[in-house]
Design a protein around this ligand. Sequence first.
Ligand SMILES: [Zn+2]
Length: 180
Amino acid sequence: MSIEIDIAVAKVVAALEQQRLNDAAREALPFSKTMFSPDASSGLNSHLLTVVFAHKLPTILGSIRQEDAQWLRVAAGLHILGFDKASRRYLSEKVHTPFRHANDVTVRMTVFAANHQRRLQQFRETDVKKARVRGITENSCASCRAINGRVYDLRSLPMLPYEKCSCDMGCRCTVAAVLD
Ligand SMILES: [Zn+2]
């Protein structure tokens, strides 16, 4: 089984590095149990991968060299497809200049950012105009607390993960549609 996983991971990595995102999702499908797509729908995963590769990285991550950004996207792709261990290993082998945050936090925020973009897209498609920020925990930083519970027009909604966040484990703020 572990050899099968290694082979699958190698194929997924190659596909992600070449931005063959549908292929990556398809290769991962038999193995992936992800939090974002519990029904293991490759369609949803390929969409999220597309967002990771198409959008700028969140500003909270600071300035990242272009090649590191590509490796980070591949690591985020592995994370999305449920290969967490492979994601950590890949990034630690590839990236020599440390990010501002720990590698796993950096990957998680990259995926959070993509999920946020996807949610905003759904809001626009369904004519949602306002959203409420939520998702703080008892350990959240003052910046995250300051925006928690606030309702924003979509156009003035801060980019999430929140640029001003100083939470140790990274920003976990998210948004919920406000229907009124
Ligand atoms: Zn925070």
